[in-house]
Design a protein around this ligand. Structure first.
Ligand code: AMP
Ligand code: MG
Length: 459
C-alpha cells in the first residue's frame, strides 16, 4: 500500500482545526464556547452555524466516518418492541434472546428407518434376531429389548430401552417375526437426547434477524410467539427540481429519480419500514412543509441539496431551521452528507449523486440503524461484510479521505480477488451493479496490484 505524500487541505479548514485542538479560547464567540460539547481532540474542524431559537449548537465539518457514526448515535433511532405470532416473524429482528423450552432432541431417537438392536448381537454378518415390536413417531413407548431381540423403528421414533444401535432397513431381511442382519449396527444412527440444545440454552441472541432457519429453531425450542423490534418508520425524501418519477413523461433537462427507490429498498433490508415521499422541489417553503409532514416518522433520509451550491436547500433549511450535528465527511465518494435533527427527528442529508447516496447508506446509515436498535453483529440484518481482497490492478486512493472504490470481488483458489470494470463517477449507478464491493483504502493511500487490502463485500 503506497501512502501519498501530497496533502490537500484548504487553509481555512486548517485554521479551524488549529483553533479547536490548540486554543479553544480562539473560538469566535463566548456563547459558542460555553455550548461546546466535550468532543475528543481528534475532531478535524468545527463550524458554528446560526440556528433558530438563538441557540448556537456546534456543527462539525469534514468528519471521519467513525466520528460521523459517533455523532449520529447521539440521536439514535428509537427502539420499540412488539410481540408477534411465530408465523409472522420472518424477516423481523428479535428484541430479546430466545432460550430453548425443551431438550433437542427431546429423547434418544433413530436417525434411520430400520431396526433397533444391541450392537453386541450383530458382530457376525447374518445374525438372526426376533422382532418384538415397533417404535413409531408419536406412538406408544416401544417395548424394552434384550439380547437376541430387535425392534422395528422409524426415523425420529424413540429408541427402545436396551437398544444401543440401529441397523438400516436396507441392510436387513425380514421373514415373519425374524430379521436377518446383513449390514453394520451403528450407534451413530442414534440421535442422543439434548445433543443439539439443552433446556434453557440460549440459541438465538437479541438482535437476530429471523431467517427461515431461525424461525424454525424458535419453533423447535417451543416458542409460539416472538418479541421483535417494531419496525421504525423511516421517511425518504428526494429533492431536486430536475427529478421525475420513472415511467412518466420526461422533459428536456429532467432526469428520472432513482435514489428514493434504492434507499427504500436498503431501509427495508435493514428491518425498517420505508415511507417513500414524492420528490420535493428546490424550494424552502416546499421543503419545510414536506419535512413538517413527516413528524410521524422515526427518522428522515433526504437525498440531494446538501452540497455547497446556491440550490442546496436541504443544507440551508437545516442550517437555518434545524439542528446540524455534522456536515461533510472525509469520504470518497460521499463527501457532502449532513446529519442533524428536524424538530427532534434524526435526519440524514444524503448526497444527490446516486452512487454517493447508496455508499453513504451502506457505511453510515446502516451501522447507525444497527447500533441504535441493537442488531447482533453477525446474526442481525447487515448489508456488507468486511473482507480482505487481493487487488488485481492498481487502484488510486484519495487525499485525506477514506476511499471507497467500487470493485468486483470474486473467489478463486481460496482467495478473494478484486478488479474494477466501469468508470467510478459518483453519478454512475451502473457501477454499483457492475461491482459488488467497496475498497476501504485509508486516506492518502493507493492500492497496488497484488496487494491485499480491506474491503466491504456488498451482500
Ligand atoms: P445535488 O446533491 O442535489 O446537487 O445532486 C447531485 C447530482 O445528483 C445531480 O446531478 C442530481 O441531478 C442528481 N440527483 C439528485 N437527486 C437524485 C435522485 N433522487 N435520483 C437521481 N439522481 C439524483
Ligand atoms: Mg439538487
Amino acid at each position: 500500500m503506497r501512502m501519498r505524500l501530497e496533502i490537500v487541505w484548504p487553509n481555512i479548514q486548517k485554521r479551524h482545526h488549529d483553533q479547536q485542538t490548540n486554543t479553544g479560547s480562539q473560538l469566535p464567540t463566548k456563547q459558542a464556547q460555553s455550548t461546546l460539547p466535550q468532543y475528543p481532540a481528534h475532531t478535524q474542524e468545527v463550524g458554528i452555524t446560526l440556528q433558530r431559537g438563538g441557540v448556537c449548537p456546534i456543527m462539525e465539518k469534514g468528519v471521519t466516518l467513525d466520528r460521523a457514526l459517533e455523532l449520529a448515535l447521539h440521536s439514535p433511532l428509537s427502539k420499540r418492541t412488539e410481540t408477534l405470532l411465530l408465523e409472522l416473524g420472518r424477516g423481523r429482528i428479535l428484541s430479546k434472546p430466545l432460550s430453548s423450552k425443551v431438550d433437542d432432541p427431546r429423547f434418544d431417537n433413530s436417525a434411520m428407518d430400520g431396526f433397533a438392536v444391541m450392537a453386541s448381537d450383530c458382530v457376525n454378518p447374518g445374525a438372526e434376531l426376533t422382532i418384538v415390536g415397533t417404535s413409531q413417531t408419536g406412538g406408544h413407548l416401544p417395548p424394552r429389548i434384550i439380547a437376541g431381540e430387535a425392534c422395528r423403528i422409524m426415523t425420529g421414533a424413540p429408541l427402545p430401552e436396551g437398544a444401543d444401535a440401529i441397523v438400516m432397513v436396507e441392510d436387513t431381511e425380514v421373514d415373519g417375526d425374524k430379521v436377518t442382519i446383513n449390514g453394520p449396527a451403528r450407534t451413530g444412527y442414534i440421535r442422543k437426547r439434548a445433543e443439539n440444545l439443552s433446556i434453557g440454552q440460549e440459541a438465538l441472541p437479541a438482535g437476530t434477524h429471523l431467517s427461515s432457519a431461525s424461525i424454525a429453531l424458535a419453533g423447535t425450542m417451543g416458542h409460539g410467539v416472538v418479541e421483535v423490534i417494531k419496525k421504525p418508520r423511516i421517511a425518504i425524501l428526494s429533492t431536486g427540481d430536475e427529478l421525475v418519477q420513472p415511467g412518466t413523461e420526461i422533459e428536456p433537462g429532467q432526469i428520472y429519480e432513482s435514489n428514493s427507490h434504492a434507499l427504500a429498498s436498503l431501509v427495508e433490508s435493514m428491518g425498517c419500514e420505508a415511507v417513500r415521499h414524492e420528490s420535493a422541489n428546490d424550494s424552502m417553503d416546499e421543503l419545510r412543509t414536506t419535512l413538517d409532514s413527516l413528524s410521524d416518522c422515526d427518522a428522515i433520509l433526504t437525498s440531494g441539496g446538501v452540497s455547497m451550491g446556491e440550490w442546496d436547500l436541504v443544507r440551508k433549511i437545516m442550517e437555518e431551521e434545524g439542528d446540524i450535528s455534522f456536515w461533510r465527511m472525509k469520504l470518497r465518494p460521499g463527501g457532502p452528507p449532513m446529519f442533524g435533527t428536524w424538530k427532534g427527528i434524526p435526519l440524514f442529508g444524503l448526497p444527490g449523486n446516486p452512487v454517493s447516496s447508496l455508499v453513504v447508506f451502506h457505511v453510515l446509515v446502516a451501522p447507525w440503524i444497527a447500533k441504535s436498535l441493537g442488531y447482533h453483529p453477525e446474526m442481525g440484518p447487515r448489508l456488507t461484510q468486511k473482507v480482505s481482497v487481493k487487488l488485481e490492478e492498481n487502484v488510486s486512493g484519495a487525499p485525506e479521505k477514506l476511499c471507497l472504490r467500487r470493485i468486483r470481488i470474486r473467489s478463486e483458489d481460496g482467495q478473494l480477488l478484486a478488479t474494477t470494470h466501469t468508470h467510478q463517477g459518483s453519478g454512475n449507478m451502473h457501477s454499483m451493479v457492475a461491482h459488488n464491493g467497496l475498497t476501504l483504502l485509508p486516506p492518502d493511500t493507493d492500492g497496488e496490484a497484488g496487494e491485499v487490502i480491506d474491503a466491504l463485500w456488498i451482500l
